[in-house]
Design a protein around this ligand. Sequence first.
Ligand SMILES: CC(C)(COP(=O)(O)OP(=O)(O)O)[C@@H](O)C(=O)NCCC(N)=O
Length: 460
Amino acid sequence: GVTGMEEILARVVAPLPTYETRDKYPPPPESNSLEFMHFYGSLDKEDKLGFLTKLSQDFGVDHKGVSELALRLLDTQLRDLATILQVEDRLRYGLTPRYKQLLNHISRVEGGVKFLVDLRADVLEIISSKASETPHIRDLNGTLKSLLSEWFSVGLLRLERITWQSPCEILQRISQYEAVHPIRNWTDLKRRVGPHRRCYAFTHAAMPGEPLVVLYVALTEDISDNIQSIVREFATLDSEEDVNKINAAIFYSISSTQAGLQGVELGNYLIKRVVRGLQSEFPHMAQFSSLSPIPGFSSWLQGLLSQYKKEGRGSDLLSEQEWKEVEQATGSAPGSTAIEALRKLIATSEWMRSERLTCVLEPVLMRLCAWYLYGEKRRGYALNPVANFHLQNGATMWRLNWNADTSPRGVENSCGVMVNYRYFLNETSKNSTLYLQNKVITASEQVLGLVSQFQKSSKL
Ligand SMILES: CC(C)(COP(=O)(O)OP(=O)(O)O)[C@@H](O)C(=O)NCCC(N)=O
């Protein structure tokens, strides 16, 4: 109950030592951390929200003390620098939330880091579900994120290559976590860690046996334009002797496994670290690219078609000739019924079964998909989350591939189209800065050509 929460918190969240005694203060007993972890673990979702709200509100920053220190800092502006630095340091210390010490102490007990990763996952869920509007919860998230970013910085992570000889526990875990192209069975898994394949994970000493982020790579002759050739069921497990057949590394799946580490950018660091490793293993390898899904394209397109139907602007999406073909193939009357027919075709993937529709729709869907990836934005950044991820890393939106994922999921989610985000190694940092600061997307001629085709046909 509530009193139980307040009682526990008052007991285990030790008050912040005074500025003078901040380094001399003996750490509180480990039992405080263990009791906090045990108590929190016993709460249900509802009570966790109440508990974290109380923790962040009543055991955070001493706002009154901070404003007094801020005033004091203003008063000392005309004083000597040493005094100013002294007061600044007091202010810096005064801005430390009371609970931050407890989080630090928890990180030192067995399983404490994993507990804090999961705690942040709960906090992120509270924020995203808008279950609580208090700004204090955001402060708690900020404090957790900055602590976790320090503990999970690249220098403290271990790069593990996962092979068929890896412990079953790890192989079982990575097959469970694989979110992009689900692993069907042991044969499939064996293939993905076998010849011409690499599988890497970052692990951390504080969370043994737990892959934090997993990257699957295919070693190929040139940059893959379809996923079936990479994850198809049965293929020759040929050896890797013939090195001049290995010129490219294709990242075809990456997944982070800890929700609480969102924003710590592990995937980005893993890709860069794996690239360096592959370059030393294959000195002549010069092509590094993803082969990425385009989740959300189909549903975005259906929304667009409905909107254009309402506004009677079908002609802004397809040319006269293209609409004629659609009307003939679907037996629909020109105008809104044709748009509705097209919308339905895409929703049911029916269009894939007709040869004629497929060749009519290829240029249409390719230019719409290029616009979806390049033109559609959210707060200025790419709307599509996978595009946003690779563009933040400094990759180039390099090539759209038709008929790249013919699996039911691939056709349903993105009309079978996939995209290569290519990593030109000496351009990634420049591209990343351009994207993050100026929201400029670096794209290839092929992509820009498709985008301008879209803009011409929709008079955008
Ligand atoms: C794409 C991923 C790996 C990026 O993770 P990461 O680099 O840690 O970024 P972030 O989560 O720190 O923003 C992550 O967002 C993820 O697992 N997404 C779901 C699967 C996918 N590949 O889209």
